[in-house]
Ligand binder design. Sequence first.
Ligand SMILES: Cc1cc2nc3c(=O)[nH]c(=O)nc-3n(C[C@H](O)[C@H](O)[C@H](O)COP(=O)(O)OP(=O)(O)OC[C@H]3O[C@@H](n4cnc5c(N)ncnc54)[C@H](O)[C@@H]3O)c2cc1C
Length: 231
Amino acid sequence: MRAVLIGWKELAPGIRHFEFYAEGAERFAYLPGQFVSLSAVTASEKKITRAYSIVAGTGQDNRFAICLNIVEDGQFSPHLFGLKPGEGVDLKGPIGTFVLRNPLKDSILVATGTGVAPMLPMLIEALGRGEGQQFTLIFGVRHAPNLLYAEEFQELAGQYPNFKFLPTVTRPSSDWTGLTGRVQPHLVAEIGERRDLDVYVCGLNEMVSGVRELLAGMGFDKKQIVHEKYD
Ligand SMILES: Cc1cc2nc3c(=O)[nH]c(=O)nc-3n(C[C@H](O)[C@H](O)[C@H](O)COP(=O)(O)OP(=O)(O)OC[C@H]3O[C@@H](n4cnc5c(N)ncnc54)[C@H](O)[C@@H]3O)c2cc1C
């Protein structure tokens, strides 16, 4: 299969939402939270493969979107940023077990940076089921303009009283009135005395490992922690 670029838009400096068409797929169906594996022979003349969480897509018209930040000296992300509409890369997937647990429980989702990408389709699916569980998304970034898909999450929070969106910023500007600092203290505060929650965590290893250790120390079972590490 090929992922053919339809177009992209910039979400924040160095961060783009890319829309692709899955060419050669009979039907591109995915479970919210899953990722695609993209490969290409890049400037280094080596074939490089990288994973990207699916942030959006109907699954019906074989379109899907991913969101990524450029790693300036990275081997693959600059290649994707250099693609023009109509150009493509090899595509495998959708793959992955970072998906909603069944049955759904009251859950806290924790993401930093582009780790928020899989959370959007997961929340749309979970809230759309209308089963009434409580969901909280704690989303951490350095600077407020990097709160990717904030409008979509605010909209979900307006639509569903059982969803709470908690963005937090580690380097707030003077006009930021929301939460500040890393995600961990906010997670502890949201958990309170409860130990019956599922926690979904996605982002770079340092945060994901830190949150897993924190939860283990609070008495959470491994099965209650669903995680995806980007590096
Ligand atoms: C299951 C899975 C899903 C992923 N989904 C996404 C996604 O939705 N969006 C996304 O941007 N990335 C995602 N990644 C990371 C992605 O696969 C690449 O690792 C990333 O684009 C860097 O690749 P590169 O070849 O440009 O950099 P490399 O040449 O591989 O350089 C690696 C360096 O970049 C760092 N790095 C890796 N990912 C990131 C990142 N996202 N932000 C900052 N530094 C990073 C690593 O720690 C390392 O220092 C995912 C990874 C996995 C395993």
